[in-house]
Design a protein around this ligand. Structure first.
Ligand SMILES: [Fe+2]
Ligand SMILES: [Fe+2]
Length: 182
């Protein structure tokens, strides 16, 4: 006989969908946050820093899509809400500690959400979380290293970055680019 503590299959799936949507809203926030920052860094002529944050923003879009695909497979509705407000007007010395902290919080939250997927028997969603956590760790390392360079070398580090190219070195992706390539 089923007791109240045992969730129904539907409840278990809903818990996983909620976990995936919480993560998706964090990804949507990160996309917007990093886009604003790469425009700022580009305006300040720190091309290489702008290019790297642009690439990380594209990673976050890929994450948002992966979470949405899994939500659709589970017959849920992917959220379009941002987890919280995007911060504007940051300077070059504000951006990297802020982003390292954002990634650190994301990793901690995703580990909890991964556990929710496991507890509810969804190893496919747990695996998606694990792969994305690994990529968030790479983001964290980049932001933390950049923060350290700016802290320890300051103007010397920034002078070396000034005037560098903001090209990401990757081919443009998306509908229009795919059409051009036939
Ligand atoms: Fe992400
Ligand atoms: Fe990230």
């Amino acid at each position: 006989m089923a007791t109240k503590e045992i969730s129904s299959d539907k409840e278990r799936v809903q818990k996983v969908i909620d976990a995936l949507n919480k993560a998706r809203s964090m990804e949507l926030q990160a996309i917007h946050q990093y886009m604003i920052q790469h425009y700022t860094l580009s305006d300040l002529d720190y091309g290489k820093l702008a290019a790297n944050i642009k690439l990380i923003s594209i990673d976050e879009m890929d994450h948002a899509e992966r979470f949405a695909e899994r939500i659709k497979e589970l017959k849920g509705e992917p959220t379009s809400a941002l987890a919280s407000q995007v911060v504007k007007g940051q300077g070059v010395r504000d951006i990297f500690p802020y982003d390292a902290n954002l990634e650190d919080n994301t990793i901690a939250t995703y580990n909890q959400l991964l556990a929710v997927c496991r507890e509810n028997g969804d190893m496919i969603s747990a695996d998606i979380f694990q792969k994305i956590i690994d990529e968030e760790r790479e983001h964290y390392t980049y932001f933390d290293n950049s923060r350290n360079h700016i802290d320890t070398l300051g103007d010397i580090f920034l002078a070396n970055i000034a005037g560098t190219s903001s090209s990401t070195g990757i081919e443009r992706k998306g509908f229009a680019a795919a059409k051009k390539n036939g």
